[in-house]
Write a protein that binds this ligand. Structure first.
Ligand code: SAM
Length: 225
């Protein structure tokens, strides 16, 4: 599906979020780099926007991984154009081809929602973090506030599939989007999933009228022997 929508993917992101997705990735990158991370893995990197933002904020070694060749192709064009220190790699987030503890930080933006098993995906990202490393998850989050939820459902369930479908030529992909958000755990449940993956502390903030969340979890250092 992501291979099919790649051509207009960035444009539709900007339109759907009113341009705010750029600021959300900026915040996510800042959270990932807050403790001085140097080696950063951006999982489900797509067209590379978060990987590029991490590099722009000074990370000297960023790896962007995704399983869609089409998305990676566009990411590669952007990395080349900006001469950014970003290496791209085709990989499945459920089986990352890296040893335990390989990265100082790991990020995933609007990617976890698409994965077949959230618990296993979070555990796999936590695995590749070094002790003290941070996992940052930027994701849509199901709305709980009743009035806003009605408004948002109209926007997301009705308008987005029409506009996304017209611009991308793939209405099914933009029908999938609201379904994947409704099925995704609310922010406090995602924090619990991160806890169960061994991350502690886990904190999150809600953005954009509580429709988007940034979660940050730290992999604790093992107790001294
Ligand atoms: C909505 S896009 C997000 C792309 C990018 N992170 C961004 O912020 O725009 C979701 C991406 O997740 C990727 N993806 C979904 N499941 C994946 C998996 N199991 N392994 C690797 N990539 C995956 C898709 O190929 C797609 O590029």
């Amino acid at each position: 599906m992501f291979d099919r929508i790649v051509r207009r993917y960035d444009l539709i992101n900007r339109l759907m979020s009113g341009g705010r997705d750029v600021a959300w990735r900026r915040l996510a990158a800042r959270a990932a780099l807050a403790a001085g991370a140097r080696r950063v893995l951006d999982v489900a990197t797509g067209t590379g926007d978060l990987a590029l933002e991490l590099a722009r904020q000074g990370a000297p070694g960023v790896v962007g991984a995704d399983f869609s060749r089409g998305m990676l192709g566009l990411a590669a064009d952007k990395v080349r154009a900006r001469r950014a220190p970003v290496t791209l790699l085709q990989a499945d987030a459920m089986r990352l081809p890296f040893p335990d503890g390989a990265f100082d930080a790991c990020t995933v933006a609007f990617g976890l929602r698409n994965m077949p098993d959230y618990e296993a995906a979070v555990a796999e990202m936590a695995r590749v973090l070094r002790p003290g490393g941070r996992l940052v998850i930027l994701e849509m989050t199901p709305l709980r506030l009743p009035v806003l939820r009605t408004l948002f459902r109209w926007y997301f369930d009705r308008l987005v599939p029409i506009v996304g479908g017209l611009i991308s030529g793939d209405r099914d992909a933009y029908r999938y989007l609201p379904r994947s958000v409704s099925a995704f755990p609310p922010a406090d449940e995602l924090a619990q999933i991160m806890h169960r993956a061994g991350l502690h502390p886990v904190e999150y903030r809600l953005l954009a009228l509580h429709t988007v969340a940034i979660h940050v979890g730290v992999k604790p250092a093992p107790p001294p022997a």
